[in-house]
Design a protein around this ligand. Structure first.
Ligand code: NAD
Length: 353
């Protein structure tokens, strides 16, 4: 359970006690990260974890003097298990800043638009192009293609070093081992999300129960547990899919924007998401808020589960100009849907998802 006693919000608590509580809060976040990323077996719901993490951020905002460099808020979350060989990504992989309400989204949108206007005056007036996508509830992988051949695949890990899952990824039908067409860069890191399609997840979990095995809590854990098998033959039996959502290092690519890149990747045979839209405003029938509403309404009707919406500045020139923090890009953020309480038929218990 999340330790709700840890609430050092008050500005006037003694320094010693504050530090103790701060460290305790950090330890709690780290413990849940290990359960989630290393063991694929979270002990609390994502919403509970998010609340704990947000509390840590709030304490740090209130007491900047105590922030330590190794705080979970300064790092990309995943850990690298010794069960897999470590792989250093050519370019760092990042997480995303979370926005938990429409007010937070509005503030992020306005702040980012103002930064873009400062970088390139007149852009906001012409209309900034944003790419909105559903946030796939799976796990991130980095695929390295050399001369069109898939040579290595790794999990995100801590963003710098991931776990080598090449042989496991090679068993996933959606992921081409050889790119089709021509014109691909000599070297290219493709980033995407591995997931277990919802329809397959239900059947897969039911079968596990029949076999006397513990069911997975949700499709995300099921995908992570299935990909991170020691034996690739075991992964091959699991119904896994992938959609790409970005690029890492590459030696030249003719695209100048995120959406053009997706078009190229699709031509080369990589699986791209059908759930994306180019928009130029927050409001309106074609705006970001409408995309959030549309996908929220059909949240469980998509091929995979989603836990939010990702908003990206489409232009690569603007992405480069906005840059990154140590943990997240400044040109993208994730709006998270409020948690739902559902009744699972299979487990016959009430769980938060
Ligand atoms: P995140 O999941 O909030 O966002 C970053 C990730 O989103 C990216 O790395 C990428 O893999 C993924 N993503 C999915 N669709 C995408 C798209 N269309 N475009 C770009 N990226 C996309 O951040 P995180 O650091 O990976 O994980 C933190 C989240 O994991 C928490 O918010 C929580 O929900 C969950 N978590 C839960 C527990 C627990 O105990 N329940 C513990 C740790 C983390």
């Amino acid at each position: 359970q999340v330790d709700s006693a840890v609430q050092p919000e008050a500005a006037d608590i003694p320094a010693e006690s504050l530090r103790e509580q701060y460290e305790h809060l950090q330890d709690e976040v780290r413990r849940h990260r290990t359960a989630y990323y290393q063991n694929d077996a979270p002990e609390v719901s994502d919403a509970e974890y998010d609340a704990l993490y947000r509390r840590l951020e709030d304490v740090e905002a209130l007491h900047p003097e105590i922030v330590s460099n190794d705080s979970p808020t300064q790092e990309v979350g995943g850990e690298v298990s010794t069960a897999f060989a470590p792989v250093t990504h050519l370019a760092r992989m990042y997480s995303l800043d979370d926005l938990f309400s429409i007010e937070e989204l509005r503030a992020w949108y306005e702040k980012t638009s103002a930064s873009i206007e400062a970088i390139a005056p007149g852009t906001a007036e012409q209309g900034i192009r944003w790419l909105v996508e559903v946030k796939i509830d799976g796990l991130a992988v980095n695929l390295l293609y050399r001369d069109g051949r898939l040579v290595r695949a790794a999990t995100r890990g801590d963003g710098t070093t991931g776990e080598d899952v090449t042989h496991n990824v090679m068993t996933i039908q959606d992921i081409p081992q050889q790119l089709s067409g021509s014109g691909w860069p000599a070297e290219m890191e493709v980033r995407g999300e591995i997931f277990m399609p919802s329809a397959h997840f239900r059947a897969f979990n039911e079968q596990r129960v029949e076999e006397g095995l513990a069911p997975f809590a949700n499709p995300r854990n099921s995908a992570a547990g299935s990909l991170r098998q020691k034996d690739p033959e075991e992964t091959a039996k699991r119904p896994l899919s992938m959609f790409v959502h970005g690029l890492g290092a590459h030696t030249g690519l003719s695209a100048e924007s995120q959406h053009e890149t997706y078009q190229l990747l699709a031509e080369w045979g990589l699986p791209t998401s059908p759930y994306t839209r180019i928009v130029d405003s927050l409001e309106g029938s074609e705006g970001i808020l409408q995309f959030i509403e549309d996908n929220g309404a059909q949240r469980h009707g998509l091929v995979h589960e989603i836990d939010g919406i990702v908003i990206k500045v489409d232009s690569f020139a603007l992405q480069r100009a906005l840059g990154h923090t140590s943990r997240v890009p400044r040109w993208s953020a994730a709006y998270k849907y409020p948690p739902e309480e559902v009744h699972t038929r299979l487990l016959d218990i009430r769980v938060n998802v």
